[in-house]
Design a binder for this molecule. Structure first.
Ligand SMILES: [Ca+2]
Length: 329
């Protein structure tokens, strides 16, 4: 009996540890060999430098993904040309990266998938004119590939709304991770259109969870927002030097949880743990997820943010190891 009690206690402790660290809960994701199709809709080059940070990070991991589109979206002054400038930096590092992995996309292939989307928010009805960007979303979604297309929305959801309006059938093929918050406020009409007309969408409505990327979690041991950039980004290739001065030399990367969600976790089910957060279903919607309102998941005022920052040491150390590829010379 004593043994049984001890064994039972051990199991309970292990279960508690597993819950605390989530160590046994994370699915493989792209790092574990799953290959996902990705299209990014971004306001890069506009109001905030943090999209450039996120794009650099994405490109360092781009050998793990089948990237199909990079769409310049509202709000602000960011344009397709700003995305191309990041690709230019990537091109200079490409020979080095290519030696580390043959699966990095060629710079020319990336340039060929950059499209200009809308430059203004939608009018009240939530959609307006087809753009090259919205058309590209429709076209990628329609590819004869059994895998879904993950659409990562780093700006306003304007171009996705337009694409859904033009071709509602794409709904069955796309999975949208929307970094909402300020992006949503800058085009409420586009989001309201999707919310109203497409409640059956597969969508992660991430309003606050993403804050966990740079708020809270392990910030010591060169894993602070500034110390990490100094130690692991600055001086690491053209891309590292491109990143290092942005946001005052500090990590923000508020859009990156949409990528981290694919890097490690189980994207088929956003209610499971991932580096990009764990979500709960919105009532009455089978495929629509929102920030976890449970107080244990909050970091200060940010609901769900702990479901990201609990992995901070893991996702930053993994990225640091990848940045070393750029020191290969
Ligand atoms: Ca953004």
């Amino acid at each position: 009996m004593a043994w049984t009690r001890r064994f039972g206690a051990t199991v309970a402790v292990l279960a508690a540890l597993a819950t605390a660290s989530g160590a046994f809960a994370l699915g493989p994701g792209a790092i574990g060999g799953q290959r996902y199709r990705v299209l990014i809709s971004t306001d890069l080059g506009g109001s905030d430098e943090d999209d450039i940070q996120s794009m650099v990070h994405y490109l360092i991991y781009s050998d793990l993904f089948d990237t199909e589109g990079l769409v310049s979206s509202p709000p602000g002054k960011g344009r397709a040309g700003d995305i191309l400038k990041v690709v230019d930096a990537y091109e200079r590092d490409y020979p080095t990266l290519n030696r580390a992995s043959r699966r990095y996309p060629g710079p020319g292939a990336l340039r060929a998938m950059v499209r200009q989307g809308a430059t203004e928010p939608a009018p009240d009805r939530g959609y307006s004119q087809t753009t090259e960007g919205s058309e590209w979303i429709v076209r990628c979604a329609g590819q004869p590939d059994e895998r879904p297309l993950y659409v990562l929305v780093w700006g306003s959801i304007t171009d996705v709304a337009q694409a859904l309006h033009d071709a509602p059938g794409i709904k069955d093929k796309i999975r949208v991770y929307f970094i909402a918050s300020w992006n949503q406020r800058n085009d409420e009409a586009a989001f309201a259109y999707i919310d109203r007309e497409h409640p059956d969408m597969w969508l992660i409505h991430c309003n606050t969870t993403f804050r966990g990327w740079y708020v809270g979690g392990e910030q010591g041991n060169n894993l602070g927002n500034r110390t990490f950039v100094n130690e692991h980004v600055n001086g690491h290739g053209v891309l590292g030097d491109f990143f290092a001065p942005l946001k005052g030399g500090s990590i923000k990367m508020g859009d990156t949880p949409s990528v981290a969600f694919l890097l490690r976790g189980t994207p088929d089910d956003p209610t499971q743990e991932s580096w990009g957060g764990r979500f709960v279903r919105r009532a009455g919607r089978a495929q629509w997820c929102v920030d976890d309102p449970h107080p244990d998941a909050a970091e200060g005022q940010y609901a769900g943010a702990k479901t990201v920052n609990q992995w901070r040491a893991d996702y930053l150390r993994d990225w640091a190891a990848r940045m070393k590829r750029l020191k290969a010379d």
